[in-house]
Ligand binder design. Structure first.
Ligand SMILES: Cc1cc2nc3c(=O)[nH]c(=O)nc-3n(C[C@H](O)[C@H](O)[C@H](O)COP(=O)(O)OP(=O)(O)OC[C@H]3O[C@@H](n4cnc5c(N)ncnc54)[C@H](O)[C@@H]3O)c2cc1C
Length: 484
């Protein structure tokens, strides 16, 4: 495999995976991005925060987000290509994540609307009543121009990591629906036709077990707005998705699943988006490397293109190998999720294995994306810092990929929890045994078992090193399997 594969996401996918479902669709989609999409995407990024029109001229609350028309064209292209509908028609997540990879090579922020739409349609399909599904699901799976979008709103002003303590939105039963009151502080894809929202049914415990998941339409049954956008956030990156603050005022909502399953359903929503985040991070890293490669081949210093200098060449080689390992890890999280995403509680061991791999993938790939985009800026030298050449954009985008869907701390601590409570490390070692170096496998087994008997304080304090070693070991073993 040569550096040239860096220049095209579709080619890179083929080289890494061998057979790629819907390869022609991916290529067409990439061609569209080359010809039209990336110019739109760059101008949306440069334009900054979109405007919010809160009232119509007669004073009626409308809460419309004002992007230029080309934005909607760019957004709809992915929906039409099948980033949502294929998952339900084909009962497979692979096409969706492959399209997400190509999207993120050009615009990692735009992959957010697709991801949160998938993370809305999936629990609606699994846990919604027949009535609810008949009312909303066909709209979300349309293949025409009318993209119905979803969103996933959990975080409130008091924090996103400790949802059990921070969610203050209350749900009151009202006939066949519920009325929600509260505020969501980070609400991406704000303006969506539907959202899944974490709220606490009145009287439920004041901890994470007291949360339930609700489906919230944009409009009430009487046609009035059902949620209100207080403002749109001015963000450093991911500007292709509007992130707002949302007010819920007696907002009509529908319970998904059993109330006591709330936290499991919230985690299922996060599973889909953490895997998407991993795919987006690898694609972003590929893009940053591709830009760095183009520049390093053209820029001359000390009598030859900078790529030909041994130090820079070696950096490219090492990072190219690291990209493949990150890809193998991210792709394994896709494949395992594809096996378990239809499960409902209580879950199988395969699900717990998936969760551990997904925590590694979210953590490792996002870190790799941030480091690689920083390095790509350095390869550009001074002009890397200039907005007009776009390479600085990848670092701004990467910084958000590290934080949303759970910070690195959250991934480490949740990974530790699934090892402690479900012995997921043993499932992992069994899974990797056929492809891993056996001596290294034994060393890792000993390292984890030793860690898990430390005091509670030491277990958390020393978890990062263990997590890094495990993620790297897992990625290397998976790459070995992929290369066979
Ligand atoms: C652009 C953007 C869009 C977003 N969109 C959405 C959205 O659509 N829906 C949604 O629900 N959320 C969204 N979020 C919120 C995101 O999920 C949270 O920012 C994230 O989960 C972290 O929560 P927090 O920002 O409240 O940080 P906090 O939870 O307040 O944490 C602050 C710091 O403390 C660390 N920390 C917390 N607990 C521990 C611990 N036990 N041990 C060690 N360190 C700890 C955290 O890792 C972090 O570094 C979005 C965020 C951004 C930036």
């Amino acid at each position: 495999m040569t550096f040239d594969s860096l220049r095209s996401p579709a080619i890179y996918l083929r080289q890494m995976l061998g057979t790629v479902p819907h390869e022609e669709t991916l290529q067409e989609y990439e061609t569209w991005w080359e010809k039209a999409g990336q110019a739109i995407s760059h101008s949306i990024d440069r334009a900054g925060t979109p405007w919010l029109r809160m009232f119509d001229p007669l004073g009626k609350r409308v809460d419309e987000i004002l992007y230029p028309p080309e934005y909607w064209q760019m957004l709809k292209r992915g929906y039409q290509a099948g980033v949502i509908w294929r998952a339900f028609e084909e009962r497979s997540l692979l096409p969706s994540y492959l399209l997400g990879y190509v999207t993120s090579f050009y615009d990692p922020g735009l992959y957010c609307p697709y991801t949160v739409s998938l993370s809305t349609a999936a629990p609606l399909d699994k846990y919604g009543s027949e009535n609810l599904k008949a009312r909303f699901l066909p709209q979300m799976l349309r293949k025409d121009e009318a993209a119905w979008q979803g969103a996933t709103w959990m975080t409130e002003i008091k924090g996103g990591s400790d949802l059990g303590a921070a969610v203050e939105t209350v749900a009151k039963p009202a006939g066949d629906k519920w009325l929600l009151n509260g505020e969501k502080y980070f609400s991406s894809n704000v303006g969506a036709e539907l959202a899944v929202v974490a709220a606490r049914p009145e009287g439920a415990p004041e901890n994470v077990r007291g949360l339930a998941l609700f489906l919230l339409p944009k409009y009430r049954e009487d046609g009035h707005l059902n949620y209100f956008i207080r403002r749109i956030k001015d963000k450093i990156g991911t500007r292709s998705v509007p992130t707002g603050e949302v007010e819920l005022k007696n907002s009509e909502a529908y319970l998904l699943g059993k109330p006591e399953w709330g936290i499991y359903l919230i985690l299922e929503v996060l599973n889909l988006s953490r895997v998407a985040n991993s795919i987006a991070s690898v694609a972003l890293a590929q893009r940053a490397m591709s830009d760095a490669l183009n520049y390093a081949e053209g820029r001359t210093a000390f009598g030859k293109p900078v790529i030909e200098h041994p130090l820079l060449r070696k950096q490219f080689e090492d990072r190219f190998a690291a990209l493949q390992a990150a890809f193998a890890l991210g792709w394994e999280s896709v494949q395992l999720l594809n096996e378990v995403w239809r499960e409902t509680p209580p879950y199988s061991d395969r699900y717990h294995l998936f969760r551990l791999v997904a925590h590694f993938a979210k953590y490792w790939t996002a870190e790799f994306a941030a480091q690689t985009s920083k390095w790509a800026m350095e390869v550009y030298g001074g002009i890397g810092t200039l907005a007009e050449y776009h390479v600085e954009r990848w670092l701004r985008e990467a910084m958000i990929l590290q934080i949303w869907e759970g910070t690195p701390h959250r991934q480490i601590l949740d990974g530790l929890e699934v090892m402690q409570r479900k012995a997921a490390h043993r499932l992992l070692f069994q899974h990797l045994a056929p492809m891993a170096d056996s001596q290294r496998l034994q060393e890792m087994t000993r390292q984890v078992e030793k860690h898990l008997v430390l005091s509670a304080e030491a277990k958390e304090a020393q978890a990062e090193k263990l997590f890094q070693d495990l993620a790297q070991f897992t990625a290397s073993a998976l790459l070995r399997k992929m290369q066979k």
